[in-house]
Design a protein around this ligand. Structure first.
Ligand code: FES
Length: 568
């Protein structure tokens, strides 16, 4: 056992390591049994994860039962709705802190407890870079809240209702009334947003006991599964089953199939690329298009469809989706059970074919993420066609450029803003370096004058991200971003933009020579983040672009489980 390096000796060091831990731990806790950390992102400031302390207790029960020693290890937690300027700025910090905590401590395996958007990605990045046995228990979605008889999808319905207030179809008083009904229970957002998506991605990667992801947070089965997971991690330590044995290239391709089939969040693109980077797996943006774009959309959940996560779980969950898509999955990829992901899929069933469609009657015949390239996005940009308006997927229109989010907010509702339904809204300075942290602002609210005309969607292009609960014809993750010298910084209001999703192109109708002669204007450059110290400086200096997952350049790869020097 790795922990024996701390606890095994009869010298002074061994004495110190054991003695300080004997506050409740019996003497035989140090007889060579596995010590398991529970990387726990419970926090009152991450309300989606606040129930994880209870989940942890059940994981602990399972670890004790299997002959291990469970140890709570609070990890950096990020509450998506609260953390400023954007939780994504801190994802890599959380991953770095958890990685170092795992490596620095006397533990043989780790159970990763996450839920809210960035928590599962950061935990998986950390565990991948240390590469000791690990598994994820996803915290699960909340139950469906209803307002005046109508189910509410958190995130998606906030956007919808607030647009209805702006379009004067809903009173402000009713809008505010709906606030009390939006969050019905413990758990993360109940749409197919980023948190739901990343729980499912963790299972598709093989890092969750199959069948657990998507279990609602208040469902008793989550506690049963937590106990099972506790037992399993102890076995994994004895078997030496590590993240790098489980998450291979085929596992990522399986995750991409799942991402398309469920209509998952575009944020999964950057998170999967970052996790793959930690494992040294050559995953590229093109893998998402190649593998995902021919996959049918089967799951009828908001924001692409109608239902919510409670319905998804009731209808059979990820295993039912995988049964329909089995021929697209890598049969060799394994899970934390050490057996193939596809094992037992024949027993899965769809229990509600309106929530999870069959392969023969999909919600859309092909979904996934389309990767666009062209002189506006030389390294790539992404769009989620399932969430876009079909009539805008091939479009030519005049650019209306906003130099920063502040510029956008100041002018978007100006009645004299020179836009019509064919205009292309461009927002820059929102990439990883520029903001910093690549906020979820790409689904820009529509100009008031367009809403007044009944227009509900326009082509929007940005170097930022988009909430997994959002929808619209939004081209996002444009790379390189404006702040990294990308051509997005050179677009001028009035330039013609050409989007062709079928052809996978995104271009500005300006000659190469004219584009090369341009320089970003002062307002654009002034809008870029500048930081002299601390995490923000480290982040801006080292963050990579969206096409490679926005990790810090020096965090890519693994340092393994060994610490550079013994202590004391
Ligand atoms: Fe936590 Fe949506 S705010 S998952």
């Amino acid at each position: 056992m790795r922990s024996a390096h701390w606890y095994g000796g009869k010298d002074r060091d061994g004495f110190i390591h054991r003695a300080w831990m004997r506050r409740g731990l019996p003497k035989d806790a140090f007889d060579g049994r596995p010590h398991i950390a529970i990387a726990n992102t419970a926090s009152d400031l991450t309300p989606c994860n606040s129930h994880l302390n209870e989940v942890m207790e059940y994981v602990k029960n399972g670890i004790w039962e299997a002959g291990g020693v469970p140890l709570n290890m609070p990890a950096v937690s990020l509450g998506e709705t609260l953390v400023r300027p954007t939780a994504m700025l801190w994802r890599n910090m959380a991953a770095m802190a958890t990685e170092e905590l795992i490596r620095a401590n006397p533990i043989d395996g780790v159970v990763l407890l996450g839920g809210c958007d960035k928590t599962i990605p950061s935990l998986l990045m950390a565990a991948s870079s240390v590469d000791i046995p690990a598994l994820v228990v996803p915290g699960g979605p909340m139950l469906t809240g209803t307002f005046q008889g109508t189910p509410l999808g958190c995130g998606t319905d906030v956007f919808r209702l607030s647009e209805e207030v702006r379009a004067k179809k809903l009173s402000e008083a009713k809008f505010l009334d709906s606030e009390s009904a939006m969050i019905r229970s413990r758990g993360h957002c109940n749409t197919m947003g980023t948190a739901s998506t990343m729980g499912i991605m963790a299972e598709a990667l093989g890092m969750v006991i199959p069948g657990i992801a998507g279990t609602p947070a208040p469902d008793s089965r989550l506690l049963q599964y937590s106990q099972e997971s506790g037992r399993r991690i102890v076995e994994m330590v004895h078997e030496g089953l590590k993240p790098s044995d489980i998450m291979v290239k085929g596992s990522f391709l399986n995750a991409i199939v799942a991402l398309a089939g469920i209509g998952g969040s575009t944020n999964a693109v950057v998170h999967l690329l970052a996790i793959a980077g930690r494992l040294g797996i050559d995953l590229t943006l093109d893998d998402f298009d190649r593998t995902g774009s021919r996959v049918p959309l089967l799951v009828n959940l908001q924001p692409a469809g109608k239902y919510l996560m409670e319905d998804f779980h009731r209808a059979g969950g990820l295993r039912a989706v995988f049964k329909e898509l089995e021929d697209l999955l890598d049969p060799k990829a394994i899970t934390v059970l050490g057996t193939p992901l596809v094992k037992g899929l024949s027993e899965a069933e769809i229990y509600d074919t309106d929530v999870i469609r069959s392969r023969k009657e999909p919600l859309q015949p092909s979904a996934g993420i389309a990767v666009l390239r062209g002189n506006l996005a030389p390294l790539g940009a992404v769009i989620k066609p399932a969430a876009a308006s079909a009539n805008l997927l091939k479009h030519r229109g005049k650019a209306m450029v906003f130099d920063s989010i502040e510029d956008f907010k100041a002018r978007i509702n100006d009645p004299n803003l020179d836009v019509d339904e064919n205009s292309v809204l461009i927002l820059r300075g929102c990439g990883p370096k520029g903001y910093p942290g690549m906020p979820e602002v790409s689904n820009m609210p529509m100009p008031q004058k367009m809403l007044d005309k009944g227009v509900r969607d326009m082509v929007r292009i940005c170097d930022g991200r988009m909430s997994g609960t959002a929808y619209g014809t939004v081209v996002l993750h444009v790379a390189p971003e404006a702040a990294a010298g990308g051509p997005l910084g050179l677009v001028q209001t009035g330039d013609f933009i050409e989007l062709d999703v079928e052809a996978r192109t995104l271009n500005i109708d300006v000659s190469d020579a004219d584009l090369a002669a341009r320089k970003p204007n002062t307002a654009t450059v002034d809008g870029f983040a500048k930081s002299a110290r601390g995490w923000q400086k480290l982040y801006i200096d080292h963050v990579m672009q969206a096409d490679t997952g926005c990790d810090l350049d020096f965090l890519v790869g693994s340092s393994g489980e060994h610490i550079s020097r013994e202590s004391h």
